[in-house]
Design a protein around this ligand. Structure first.
Ligand code: FAD
Length: 404
């Protein structure tokens, strides 16, 4: 087990520098255009794939060969410092990969995870499809149904998933569906819907407040038939698990929740990347801009705002790194992943709002990036567990009570 340390090692520092350069040279210059176009930035993701930044090998290296758990959060902070919409476009397939790894066999991981990324010559995407229009936080309310057809050894999927990153444009869709409605969220299972499966289509594409370069859409499943081996973890394990739950024994944690729990420090890192971008920009601005015959930073009200912004960002990064390390070493105790994500979303929204304040009228203009960062920050209070859901998870962990 690696010791927890705040100093990055040589490999981590090199990786950080490499991603930062990509963010400066490629992501930042493209950010405004793709935000305005509100389209998936394929050319940028292809460039990321060419240098090996988008790909399952990169993710495997960043996750598997890092005993500290911190490498991925550090990489994500740099990407999102570049731009959150493009950052999400590059990282979105990781959610599908995490969804697969949460419940798949080793063979299934090897078969499907690479197909969530493709190659530098043929970039592919993955999508993790859990949420539904009437079931976001409330995972008990999923209605998408999976029924087993014994005659053909196929699963038949029906339902509509909502708010899905890369939904409908992905090669691999990982779908969480109800296999036994009587068991609530314990009756769920995850399925791979392979490319070209008949009956899967994209529903509406959402027009969003922020992270507009990231594609978010409904996924419609109409009598989608997938082979038996597309059930993640396999039928034998599923049957055993369902039998345990029916007998009242403790089942595994819910499929969707497992995925979200593992990704929370990374989501916090996204948020803090956006916050840092806004903080650095407003610091430089405050040192340049003059009012009443002096630089605006010479007013304590502005300088103290920047001091608070820097402090909040650094404090949040500590929580994220702690959570990443605890998660990697199986030491979560008081929902530290949720704490990191909760704090990061709030800090990101607050810091980006303060950055607008420091830029005054210019901060409110689309000619300057801070209004975009403010729009981008807000999603971190919402997806992968809202602010209130993080509070719920933390309050249950610290109290040991089933707080409602
Ligand atoms: C841009 C974007 C991308 C997304 N990508 C994906 C994706 O790739 N895959 C996927 O599966 N989903 C995705 N989502 C869905 C996202 O995870 C949900 O939007 C989120 O979980 C919230 O669900 P909801 O929107 O239904 O809100 P609701 O659950 O309806 O919540 C509404 C409000 O009620 C509060 N609330 C709900 N229950 C409680 C409670 N018990 N206690 C206190 N307060 C409560 C919430 O905190 C919130 O403030 C995405 C969403 C967005 C916006």
């Amino acid at each position: 087990m690696a010791e927890f340390s705040l100093s990055l090692n040589e490999d981590q520092l090199q990786l950080q520098k490499w991603i930062h350069e990509f963010a400066v040279d490629v992501i930042r210059p493209a950010a405004s255009e793709w935000d305005e176009r509100e389209e998936f930035p394929f050319p940028v993701v292809e460039q990321a794939a060419e240098i090996g930044l988008y790909g399952w090998e990169f993710m495997a290296e960043a996750i598997m060969n890092d005993p500290t758990g911190i490498t991925l959060t550090m990489a994500i902070e740099e990407l999102f410092w570049g731009d959150a919409g493009i950052g999400r476009a590059i990282m979105g397939s990781g959610l599908a990969a995490a969804g697969i790894m949460a419940s798949a066999s080793q063979e299934q991981v090897m078969e499907w995870v690479p197909q969530c990324y493709g190659t530098a010559d043929n970039v592919l995407l993955g999508a993790f499809c859990a949420s539904e229009a009437d079931a976001g936080s409330d995972v008990n309310a999923y209605r998408t149904r999976a029924t087993y057809d014994e005659a053909t050894d196929e699963w038949v999927l029906n339902g509509t998933k909502a708010w899905i990153t890369n939904g409908g444009i992905a090669n691999i869709h990982v779908v969480v569906a109800v296999v036994d409605p009587k068991l609530g969220s314990k009756g769920h299972a995850s399925f791979i819907v392979p490319p070209g499966s008949a009956g899967l289509s994209q529903g509406q594409k959402y027009k969003k407040h922020g992270i507009r370069a990231s594609h978010t859409a409904e996924v419609v499943l109409d009598e989608v038939r997938v082979p038996g081996h597309c059930l993640l973890g396999g039928k034998e394990k599923l049957d055993e698990r369902l039998a345990r739950v029916r007998e009242g024994k403790k089942g595994n944690a819910q499929a969707a929740m497992q995925t979200f729990e593992a990704t929370r420090p990374a989501v916090g890192a996204q948020a803090i990347g956006v916050a840092r971008a806004a903080y650095e920009y407003s610091l430089e601005y405050a040192k340049e801009r003059e009012a009443f015959g002096r630089k605006i930073i010479m007013n304590q009200s502005i300088a103290f705002m920047l001091a608070d912004m820097a402090t909040e960002i650094d404090a949040t990064r500590m929580l994220i790194w702690r959570a990443a390390w605890l998660g990697k070493n199986g030491k979560f105790k008081n929902a530290e992943g949720s704490m990191a994500k909760l704090k990061a979303g709030r800090v990101s929204v607050w810091v980006t709002e303060r950055a607008i304040q420091i830029l005054g009228g210019y901060g409110y203009s689309r000619e300057y990036p801070v209004e975009r960062w403010h729009r981008d920050a807000k999603i971190h209070d919402i997806f992968e567990g809202t602010e209130q859901i993080q509070q719920l998870v933390i309050s249950r962990a610290i109290s040991g009570l089933r707080i409602e």
